[in-house]
Ligand binder design. Structure first.
Ligand code: LMR
Length: 397
């Protein structure tokens, strides 16, 4: 049976890192997968994380199974981060969380829940969206469609196209929204645009699924939650898939969450019971270590302060690299204007490079960029920026 299988194509994002690791060019640069690098090109373990792990070692936690929905105290921390600790959904107990293996795990649990428990199994995704979204929802058996998102020639959001697209959706359909740091474009709605989106989603009676993988990477923890919180003002029932891979640098620990916010505790309790059933027949219950780190940091004021400082440092470094890249490109490709990259937010930028230019960068310079032209700005460092800009200038000119 297996001998009849043709090899599957490599993953559009992680497949590039596999190729990068095999590349013997000593000047190779990986700007594909969304992983933060410091100015030395290393992915750091945050000091707050190491301090939390030290505390955890001394606490000698049992390795027994967690509950299906994960560590209860972690779930509370997640809701606090998403909603703000004084949000009335918390006091009214109308928000709950299942801990999941990463944000991807949360999206897959959401997909299974939508397919098997909800009336509409249609999900609308922004065009463009993260390359893995269609894979996840296809695996869950959802019907997929797209709505306009990007005004590519002007490097901004196509808000009227998006709002018109929302009018085409049917009540009960699911709309996938990127909470902040839109992946792949780096272009987010303004707070005023979020208000328009939230109102339209509420009026159309859609179910929003907010993919929130980069809280704190755009403008700060609170600011980045503006869109989600506006949606919760206008819509009674909201799903949120959040990830702590990026903002805590806990990529390999697989720390994520699927949260449900509704207008009444009973609705949330019932939804939670179904989410737990979806988890039980998938991975049974989540891994403990990463969630315990997050909960330890968020539960300790000193560690939390340290983590917020470290998060700010990551954000500032990325924004510094945006400016450096744009400044250097003025020398290497004076006929091209990259100023829009300064305005984009989070790890990613849509560079405007074509598929052919991306291919040439890989072949001629061992520079790895996702085929859509998405650049992981967090992979740019003071040491590689000159080689990068000279190579980009070369393919453009
Ligand atoms: C990315 O978009 O590069 C990240 O979300 C990592 C991944 O799993 O693709």
């Amino acid at each position: 049976m297996l001998s009849k299988l043709e090899p599957a194509p490599p993953d559009a994002i992680l497949g590039l890192t596999e190729a990068f690791l095999k590349d013997e060019n000593s000047k190779k640069i990986n700007l594909s997968v969304g992983v933060y690098k410091d100015e030395n090109g290393k992915t750091p373990t945050l000091n707050s994380v190491r301090a939390a792990e030290q505390q955890m070692l001394e606490s000698n936690h049992a390795k027994s199974y967690l509950p299906i929905s994960g560590l209860p105290s972690y779930g509370e921390c997640v809701i606090d981060l998403l909603m703000g600790s004084d949000h009335d959904a918390i006091a009214a107990q109308r928000a709950a969380t299942v801990q999941t293996p990463g944000g991807t795990g949360a999206l897959r649990v959401a997909g299974d829940f939508i397919k098997t428990r909800l009336p509409s199994d249609k999900i609308w995704m922004s065009d463009p969206t993260w390359a893995n979204h269609p894979n996840i929802f296809k695996a869950a058996g959802l019907e997929q469609a797209t709505y306009p998102y990007l005004d590519a020639p002007n490097n901004r959001i196509d808000i009227s196209g998006m709002l018109d697209g929302i009018q085409q959706m049917q009540p009960g359909d699911v709309i996938l929204l990127h909470g902040c740091c839109h992946n792949p474009s780096g272009i987010d709605p303004t707070p005023e645009q979020w208000e328009q989106i939230a109102q339209a989603v509420g009026e159309r009676k859609l179910l929003p699924l907010v993919d929130f993988a980069y809280q704190g990477f755009a403008d700060g923890l609170e600011h980045d939650a503006v869109g989600l919180r506006k949606i919760c003002e206008h819509v009674d029932e909201v799903l949120v898939a959040s990830s702590y891979s990026k903002n805590f640098g806990l990529y390999s620990e697989r720390v994520g969450a699927l949260s449900v916010i509704a207008n009444h505790k009973d609705v949330v309790d019932a939804a939670l019971s179904h989410l737990k059933a979806c988890v039980r027949c998938n991975y049974s219950n989540p891994p403990a270590h990463g969630a315990r780190i997050v909960q330890t940091i968020l539960g300790d004021p000193e560690l939390r302060r340290q983590w917020e400082d470290e998060l700010k440092d990551m954000r500032d470094r990325i924004n510094g690299m945006r400016n450096l890249f744009v400044d250097k490109m003025k020398d290497h490709a004076p006929n091209y204007n990259f100023d829009f990259i300064r305005e984009q937010r989070g790890m990613f930028s849509f560079s405007g490079l074509t598929k052919d230019q991306v291919q040439r960068l890989k072949k001629e310079n061992a520079i790895y960029i996702v085929g859509s032209g998405r650049i992981n700005v967090a992979g740019i460092t003071p040491d590689n920026v000159d080689d990068l800009c000279s190579a980009v200038g070369n393919v453009l000119n």
